[in-house]
Structure formats: structure tokens, C-alpha cells
Write a protein that binds this ligand. Structure first.
Ligand code: RRO
Length: 310
């Protein structure tokens, strides 16, 4: 197998992992991931306190993907820290996704992590689209700048990446990259779901999901071109030492390969992981391996960013 990839000085047997949110909320789910052929795993985004999330039917499959308005259900930061620090390597090769609802809340989350034995990577989720009254932070460039200034003023050796929402305009790619380039962040993960989409259930003529009047984050095939655009645009704009994780619309090995060509060193699978379970990583590893072999690439690291010119 030649799926070896390097990420933040670590070596992974595969670039594939889950995307925060799907099947990664409980220790049982995280253990299934740890024992799978995924190269790593990320937890469900954790908050200081456990949360039940939004009430009602809150996730649905769509013809080419999914819609969700989960509302950040999770078991609380201490649950994930307990689990990760109980692993033989204190979670050194894994990712802990976290979010807060204010600057103070975000700082408190990071203080708790810094005070723990967690040896892995922190993914700060700046892009949850489903919390009523709380906009996706990364769409506010000034607020993102202010938060990162505070974070890196306080923590100078935190291994931290950011989960970004999709951007749709070159000026916005420029603006988010300019903010991220100011700070020693280790990576950017693009993209979170396409926020606040809508779908009508043809059986009932009602919205597919209940929270927020039916508005929810769109994932799966609908997201692929936007994910590729965001990874490509950030690859062109971010400092060379900021790595990229590509997330959005991965259903086949070709989708994984395309994200890697555009600049991703790791690739996350969310919507397709739902129905397929951990077997999705076996399938995608095999499909990606065949493509790398047929294209003559020795490993993933040498494939990153190798998009050809027209
Ligand atoms: O829990 C959610 O509603 C959720 C989160 Br935190 C996120 O980052 N992205 C998403 O599509 N759903």
C-alpha cells in the first residue's frame, strides 16, 4: 500500500478519516473508527457542557447528499478528553473538534484542553451553521481575526487547525486567507456543510427536517465542486506551512484524489460514512490506491497539489 501521508509531522497509513459530526459522538463510535482502515479520526465537535442538540427530525438523506440541523449534540468536552487521553498515545494522531459560543467560551475550551494530557490536534470549528442566534464565525473576518489573536496570544504551542465554512467569492478567499496567514495555525479544513440549504419532502410537501423551519447544512455530492474550489483557492493563498484537509462530497476514490490534487493532505468523509459505516474507508482506500498506481504516484504526500494546468 502506498497511501502513506504526512500531516503536521505525523505519518498516517491513509489520508482518509471521518468528518466531524457523523458517527463520532460516542466512545463506541470513536473506537470503531480507531479500529478501522481510516488513517485517523476526529470527534464530534465538543462544547464545554454536553448538549442534546436541536429537537425533532434533524438529519435526512437527499437524492445526492444530506441535510442536517443537528444543533451540536455532543457529550461535552470532558467526555472526549477522557477518552482521547486514555488511548495509548494520548490521542497524539487524532483530532479533537471543539466550538464555543463566545470568545470567553472558546478560550475556556482551549484552557481545558491545554491543561489536559491530550497530545493530539485541536480543530476549532468556526463554521457550525445550525445554532439559532449564532452565525458561522468564519463569515465574520474581523471576529475571526480577533479570536485567533487572543488564542495565539495565550497559547503559543497549541497544534490548532480551523474548520471553515464554504466561501463563494474570490475576495472572500483573499480575506479569510489574509486572516489565517497572520497566525501560527497548523491547518485549515474546507469545507463544513453548505449552510442553510432547504429541501422539500416530495411525500409530504413539507421541509425534510424540523429544526429552524427546515433550513440545514447540505453535504454529499452537492458539496463537491464547492469543496474543491475552497481547497484549491486556499492552497493558492495560504502560507506553505499551513496544511489543508479537504472535506465535502467524497463518494469515490476519484473524489479523494481530486481533493488531494487541489492541495489536501488529508481527506474527510462525512455524508457517505453515515449509511456505509467504517467499510467506506476500506472501499475508498482501495479506489484511491488504484488511481495512485495507475497515475504513477508513490504515495499521497507526493500527490498533494499536483493539479495539472489546462
Ligand atoms: O451539529 C451540527 O448541527 C453541525 C455542526 Br456542529 C457542523 O459543524 N456542521 C454541520 O453541518 N452540523
Amino acid at each position: 500500500m502506498t497511501l502513506t501521508t504526512k500531516f503536521l509531522g505525523r505519518t498516517y497509513t491513509s489520508p482518509l478519516m471521518n468528518g466531524a459530526g457523523v458517527r463520532c459522538t460516542t466512545v463506541e463510535e470513536l473506537e470503531a473508527l480507531r479500529q478501522s482502515s481510516a488513517g485517523s479520526f476526529v470527534t464530534k465537535t465538543a462544547t464545554r457542557e454536553p448538549r442534546a442538540g436541536n429537537p425533532g427530525h434533524r438529519m435526512s438523506a437527499l437524492p445526492y447528499g444530506s441535510i442536517n440541523s443537528m444543533g451540536l449534540p455532543n457529550k461535552g468536552l470532558p467526555y472526549y478528553l477522557d477518552y482521547l487521553t486514555s488511548l495509548p498515545d494520548q490521542g497524539a494522531n487524532n483530532f479533537l473538534s471543539v466550538a464555543g459560543f463566545s470568545e470567553e467560551d472558546q478560550m475556556a475550551v482551549l484552557e481545558t484542553i491545554a491543561a489536559s494530557d491530550f497530545a493530539g490536534i485541536v480543530e476549532l470549528n468556526l463554521s457550525c451553521p445550525n445554532i439559532p442566534g449564532h452565525p458561522q464565525l468564519a463569515y465574520d473576518f474581523d471576529a475571526t481575526d480577533k479570536l485567533l489573536a487572543k488564542v495565539f496570544d495565550r497559547f503559543d504551542n497549541l497544534e490548532l487547525g480551523v474548520k471553515l465554512p464554504p466561501f463563494f467569492d474570490p475576495i472572500h478567499f483573499d480575506q479569510i486567507a489574509a486572516v489565517l496567514n497572520k497566525y501560527p495555525i497548523k491547518y485549515a479544513n474546507s469545507i463544513n456543510s453548505l449552510g442553510n440549504g432547504f429541501f422539500v419532502d416530495p411525500e409530504t410537501d413539507a421541509p425534510m427536517i424540523e429544526p429552524k423551519g427546515g433550513f440545514g447544512g447540505i453535504g454529499g455530492g452537492y458539496a463537491k465542486p464547492t469543496a474543491l474550489a475552497n481547497v484549491r483557492a486556499l492552497h493558492e493563498r495560504l502560507r506553505d506551512d499551513i496544511a489543508l484537509i479537504g472535506t465535502g462530497g467524497v463518494q469515490t476514490g476519484r473524489d479523494v484524489y481530486d481533493l488531494i490534487l487541489c492541495g489536501a493532505s488529508m481527506v474527510q468523509v462525512a455524508t457517505a460514512f453515515g449509511p456505509e459505516g467504517v467499510a467506506v474507508f476500506d472501499r475508498l482506500n482501495g479506489e484511491l490506491q488504484s488511481i495512485l498506481d495507475s497515475k504513477g504516484y508513490a504515495d499521497v504526500t507526493s500527490t498533494v497539489g499536483q493539479l495539472h494546468t489546462v
